[in-house]
Ligand binder design. Structure first.
Ligand code: GLU
Length: 467
């Protein structure tokens, strides 16, 4: 092996969103390349024109961007290279590794029916494989590869090990249809070759394709990339992931309050491991990621684990990243993003408070006291805490807070001493004060809130209720 720079690619078919399985494939390719100073390329496999829309491509770019997976250069359109794909089929024709097949669809169907009736393999064997050019009709033709007819084809897969197919189980696949359009299998190989891809990391639903694709590499005398076919993701029930499991697109996870760092961490662990490490930074993942750590068994989605990892990642996030994640979350759920002032207040509070929230939504609820402005709309529970007795107590507490030194120790002392003097349990005082400061019955500690919003705002909020 030479140490040629690593080039990986993510080659999604634009289906309208970035599937969670695709996101993991993209992440593995990104980690592998970026961790080795290599390139990570993006190719949109948009040859199915009947289904293609620009919005579908944009959805994939948006998903990757949200996840923080940047690619080198522009996203490449597979469709735009159709002429090049066709040219390669013609090169193979000229080199004798492919041939013109004049069989019509009806003839192929008739072959298959006869084979079925005789109990033979229905794999199509074109009668044109060895017919000399001089005997060719002047008619439309498809170009088929001259596949080896005996022996084995072995793919050395970095995850699956050596996987072997009997050559006679593979037919002379069509490379170029009679309308001149290249088939997908050819396009993938030509693009991977032309893009200089050294490692193909993708779902193991493409493993059988690798055998067919290898025939094209061999016919063209091109080096094969390293193949790494990763087991698919299964749902929590162990079944293949499908619509029935819900949430298939990464932006749905964004809307559930998962952060990009949380998703990267969780997806990295989905089918790959590094010892017992569950929570790690992206920097660590870049250092550690290797094909050896990819398991052979399908990984199962586990929402508890995902939440747990997300909680850890929110806990270690810096405020700048968190603000960005909050804005993406709000966009994903269709709510207005934070203004500059709100974002600043949020970031400041985020820096000052310990957070243990599982989702961005929980985090926003916790920080409502810096984002919402009084007068607050109280729910029933909060309303109950502000009964006339509590209001009376708060009225008496106000002057104490007006003169207290504004540091946490002094505030705790002032409030505790006040409670004692009034013969009150601290909780009796904290509940109403919490509602005054946050408008909610559940919030961070009253002292944390007072420290963060400051004396003037604390007194202003008290004045709203008891003033
Ligand atoms: N376009 C294929 C897909 O979305 C991937 C092909 C490949 O990675 O070779 O499943």
């Amino acid at each position: 092996m030479t140490d040629a720079p690593v080039v990986t690619r993510f080659a999604p078919s634009p289906t309208g969103y970035l599937h969670i399985g695709g996101a993991r494939t993209a992440l593995f390719n990104w980690l592998y390349a970026r961790g080795r100073g290599g390139k990570f390329l993006l190719r949109i496999e948009d040859t199915d024109r009947a289904r293609y829309t620009p919005e579908a491509t944009q959805a994939i770019l948006d998903g990757l961007t949200w996840l923080g997976l940047d690619w080198d250069g522009d996203a490449v359109s597979q469709f735009e290279s159709a002429d090049r794909h066709a040219a390669v089929a013609h090169e193979m024709l000229a080199a004798g590794t492919a041939y013109k097949c004049f069989a019509s669809q009806d003839e192929i169907e008739a072959f298959r029916e006869a084979a079925r009736a005789d109990g033979r393999s229905t794999l199509y064997r074109s009668p044109w494989r060895d017919v000399p050019e001089s005997e060719h009709p002047d008619a439309p033709f498809a170009i088929r590869i001259k596949a080896p007819q005996e022996g084995d084809i072995t793919i050395q897969d970095a995850v699956q090990g050596d996987v072997t197919w009997k050559a006679d189980a593979l037919d002379d696949m069509v490379l170029l249809r009679s309308d001149g359009s290249p088939v997908y299998m050819l396009a993938v190989v030509v693009d991977d070759h032309d893009m200089g891809v050294t490692h193909v990391i993708r779902g193991d639903d493409h493993l059988a394709n690798a055998a067919r694709q290898s025939m094209i590499y061999t016919a063209m005398g091109w080096d094969l990339p390293v193949f790494a076919h990763i087991p698919l993701i299964h749902g929590p029930d162990g079944k293949k992931l499908s619509k029935r499991h819900g949430a298939l697109g990464v932006m749905e996870y964004a809307a559930m309050g998962y952060t990009p760092a949380g998703m990267r961490n969780y997806l990295a662990r989905l089918g790959w491991s590094h010892g017992d490490d569950e929570v790690f930074t992206t920097k660590q993942a870049l250092e550690w990621f290797d094909l050896d750590g990819i398991g052979k068994a399908p990984a199962r989605l586990d929402f508890k684990k995902m939440e747990n990892i997300n909680r850890h990642q929110i806990g270690i996030s810096d405020s700048e990243t968190m603000v960005r994640d909050v804005q993406s979350y709000l966009t994903a759920v269709g709510q207005p993003v934070l203004s500059d002032d709100e974002a600043k207040a949020f970031a400041d509070a985020f820096d000052k408070l310990d957070v243990t929230d599982k989702t961005v939504g929980d985090l926003l609820a916790k920080f409502a006291f810096v984002l919402d402005k009084p007068p607050f709309t109280l729910d029933e529970k909060a309303e109950k805490l502000l009964d006339p007795v509590s209001r009376g107590i708060l009225t008496q507490l106000t002057p104490q807070l007006q003169t207290a030194s504004w540091n946490r120790e002094a505030l705790e002392q002032t409030v505790m001493e006040f409670a004692e003097a009034q013969d009150l349990k601290f909780g009796k005082l904290a509940g109403p004060l919490r509602v005054v400061l946050s408008g909610r019955a559940v919030s961070p500690s009253v002292f944390d809130m007072m420290m963060i919003i400051g004396r003037d705002e604390t007194l202003a909020r008290l004045a709203h209720v008891v003033g």
